[in-house]
Design a protein around this ligand. Structure first.
Ligand code: GRF
Length: 221
């Protein structure tokens, strides 16, 4: 442990969830296997009944619940959330199925230090039910996006994207399942690049220090 209270090279992070937590698990496992330079200080859910809380506990990660219904305003919730994370020494935040829009009250305190994963190729299909939106629109290719979080909904600078082909017989469930498998691969890779300083934000664009110039990973067909 260094003087800052965390192992050298490991960034203290929090993962925020609202539900199942499968992306959270993929990040925790990546950290435990040494593929992610993160010291996961806490998994926070805004819902006390989120199934992901038990999955985090099984993986020996501390958990906390901050029930948004106990706060009278979005800003009060956001201030309490930022307080909780700062109290635990958190320096970076990964949203993983966190279903609350963060206000500037939170984002100002973690400016440029919040990532999210979205199950579509942004800027297509932001918001809820991205996989259903993709099917209804009729796109032939969709995928997932890891992006920095700004004050909009799914609008921040894009770090990485991976593609998934839409099949004629896809339902929302089958498409979501194939996208999810790619999410579980992409999120640890993108977060690792950010935590180790391999990317920089230039306007709306994110530059990779060592851009391979090819798809980052699997193109799922
Ligand atoms: C994922 O599809 C993610 O892209 C979206 O919400 C879903 C969360 O799933 N933001 P899980 O809780 O990580 O299993």
């Amino acid at each position: 442990m260094g003087m800052s209270g965390h192992t050298a090279g490991q960034v203290p992070i929090a993962i925020l969830i609202s539900g199942r937590g499968s992306n959270m698990v993929s990040l925790v496992v990546a950290a435990q296997e040494g593929r992610l330079s993160a010291d996961i200080r806490v998994v926070v859910s805004n819902r006390p009944d989120a199934p992901g809380l038990a999955r985090a506990a099984e993986l020996s990660v501390p958990t906390a619940v901050l029930d948004h219904r106990e706060f009278s305003t979005r800003e009060a919730f956001d201030a309490a959330l930022a307080d909780e994370l700062e109290r635990r020494g958190v320096r970076f935040v990964a949203l993983a199925g966190f279903m609350r829009v963060l206000t500037p009250v939170f984002l100002r305190r973690f400016a440029g230090r919040v990532l999210n994963i979205h199950p579509a190729l942004l800027p297509s299909f932001p918001g809820m039910h991205a996989q259903r939106q993709a099917l209804e629109y009729g796109v032939r290719v969709t995928g997932c996006t890891v992006h920095f979080v700004d004050e909009g909904v799914d609008t921040g600078p894009i770090v990485a994207q991976a593609t998934v082909r839409v099949r004629d017989d896809d339902t929302e469930e089958t498409l979501a399942a194939r996208i999810l498998a790619v999410e579980h691969w992409l999120y640890p890779v993108a977060l690792e690049a950010v935590l180790t300083g391999q990317v920089s934000i230039v306007g709306r664009r994110v530059h990779w220090a060592d851009d391979p110039g090819e798809p980052l990973g699997p193109v799922v067909v």
